[in-house]
Design a protein around this ligand. Structure first.
Ligand code: GAR
Length: 214
């Protein structure tokens, strides 16, 4: 499976996907890393790994112009699946519909709780005891869509935004490659009611509360 990763910033989830796809026999290959911010640090990680990059600036342009360029780059690279990894720009319903169930995202909360840019502040302010992250198919509304995998981590009384974000990020780095592998293996289906079914999961110790368990 030919995969594009879209980023806007530092790209630690990108790194976890690059590492995973280097594993012998991994059923997906990252063929393009694109950023809507030309200065995104993550682009350098892609270059270091020998992966083609595209900087497609979004600032100061219409959404349609930006997405038209993005779509062309994805089609040119013959991309089968697009992974949003810290891509901080809302995509239009037209773009989302065009890519359908070939567009996935990672979000640092247990969706549908705490959508948006400040998930960790929201979690701490609300007093939840458990936080986490979600990989999901993308739908037009922000941070919505069929859930593929979630991981949960504790929220400690001593946590601030930074310590909670670090704990959640470590979980993100585990579940995004798992979701990618399952999709590339053809195990993931989206049902008519927009819920995900995953076939043939082998059981394993994960050290995290991950659902569905791998
Ligand atoms: C990650 O925590 C990701 O879940 C989040 O941005 C961070 C990007 O970090 N994405 C969102 O909030 C999307 N709504 P990274 O660039 O180091 O992967």
């Amino acid at each position: 499976m030919r995969v594009a990763v879209l980023i806007s910033g530092r790209g630690t989830n990108l790194i976890s996907l690059i590492e995973a796809t280097k594993t012998p026999g991994f059923p997906a290959e990252i063929v393009l890393v694109a950023s809507n911010r030309p200065q995104a640090e993550g682009l350098a990680h892609a270059t270091a790994a020998g992966i083609p990059t595209a900087a497609i600036p979004s600032q100061g342009r219409s959404r349609e112009d930006f997405e038209s360029d993005l779509d062309q780059a994805l089609v040119r690279a013959r991309v089968d699946l697009v992974c949003l990894a810290g891509f901080m720009r809302l995509l239009t319903p037209g773009f989302v519909a065009g890519w359908g169930d070939r567009l996935i995202n990672i979000h640092p909360s247990l969706l549908p709780a705490f959508k948006g840019a400040n998930a960790h502040e929201q979690a701490i302010a609300s007093g939840v005891r458990i936080a986490g992250c979600t990989v999901h198919f993308v739908r037009a509304d922000m941070d919505t869509g069929p859930i593929i995998i979630q991981a949960a981590v504790p929220v400690l009384a001593t946590d601030d935004k930074a310590t909670l974000a670090a704990r959640v990020l470590a979980a993100e780095h585990r579940i995004y490659p798992m979701a990618l592998r399952w999709i590339a293996e053809g195990k993931v289906t989206v049902d008519v009611d927009d819920r995900v079914t995953i076939a043939d999961l082998a059981s394993a110790e994960t050290g995290l509360l991950i659902s569905p368990a791998p």
